[in-house]
Design a protein around this ligand. Structure first.
Ligand code: UDP
Length: 277
């Protein structure tokens, strides 16, 4: 099933449920071309409007999941139809379960050496039979990257999870996916830290009332600068709604090349992006 892609403030997002995302990822595993799965949250929507390289990579990805509840609410407010959040940190373990069931090979790349090896151990306990064909920490020097790519290609994983944080992982995937013999590459941010138990997810209550972002702010105050994107995102979405700018649009089929926005101020926005890039 091909997800319905729309744009929020010019940034793509696929309206898809978690179950559909797992099935869609599996269809990509069976496909012929390497595909990227990325996530968008309010912070990334704000950043992508200023960062042309990030925006292009999101647009070129086969699947862009609505990771943050803010993104889901924004699609509803602007007339779209995302029904639920699809957090990358939940999609990843589900893909591992599917991989264990079907015998797909996975490779873990990112986080600190102890976190990535602990993540591999825990996933193997949780997903009996999971074939983890490699686990590499995320602090590889640029000069050593060709050897790292060769290492991944020698084991030909079906799924490569990349946990370098954003936007580093998106840029890494844009640069290296064409050279990789993998079918699916998911950018998973800080998910290995969560799986390894180094970072706690919000308690269920916070998640149920959609305040996971607030819990994260309380538990990691160092993220305060990043969280300033939330009011900016809310303002941009509300402005878009009440000035009736068509900032949420049906987008293109996936995967796709960059396209220009069609509404009246698209030239202005593109100009700003070019300046920022
Ligand atoms: N990281 C990495 N290599 C780097 C920079 C970061 O492997 O050069 C890892 C870092 O150890 C952490 C993750 O990337 O595990 C970033 O987590 P964060 O929660 O900041 O990511 P987010 O999902 O918020 O982008």
């Amino acid at each position: 099933m091909k997800p319905r892609r729309i744009e929020i403030l010019g940034v793509p997002v696929d309206c898809i449920t978690m179950d559909e995302a797992v099935d869609f990822a599996e269809s990509m595993i069976k496909g012929q071309h390497p595909c990227a799965i990325l996530a968008v949250n309010p912070e990334k929507v704000v950043r992508a409007q200023q960062d042309n390289a990030l925006l292009t990579q999101l647009r070129n990805s086969a699947l862009v999941i609505p990771d943050g509840i803010g993104v889901v609410f924004a699609t509803r407010l602007l007339g779209g139809s995302c029904t639920e959040r699809v957090p990358g940190s939940e999609l990843m373990p589900l893909l591992c379960q599917r991989a264990a069931l079907k015998g797909y090979k996975v490779f873990l790349f990112g986080a600190s050496p102890d976190v990535v090896s602990r993540t591999a151990q825990i996933l193997q306990q949780q997903c009996v039979g999971l074939k983890i064909v490699g686990a590499q920490h995320g602090y590889v020097k640029e000069d050593d990257m060709p050897a790292m790519i060769a290492k991944i290609n020698s084991v030909q994983p079906d799924i490569l999870f990349v946990a370098l944080g954003s936007p580093k992982q998106e840029m890494w995937i844009a640069r290296y996916l064409p050279e990789l013999k993998v079918n699916v590459c998911q950018g998973v941010g800080g998910t290995f830290d969560v799986v390894a138990g180094r970072v706690k997810r919000a308690p269920l209550l916070f998640r149920l009332i959609h305040l996971e972002w607030f819990y994260r702010l309380l538990s990691q105050p160092s993220r305060i600068l990043r969280q300033t994107a939330l009011p900016i995102f809310a303002y941009q979405v509300l402005r878009s709604k009440f000035t009736r700018r068509p900032d949420l649009q049906p987008a293109f089929s996936v995967p796709t090349a960059p396209v220009s926005r069609s509404h009246s101020d698209s030239g202005k926005s593109d100009h700003h992006r070019e300046k920022a890039a």
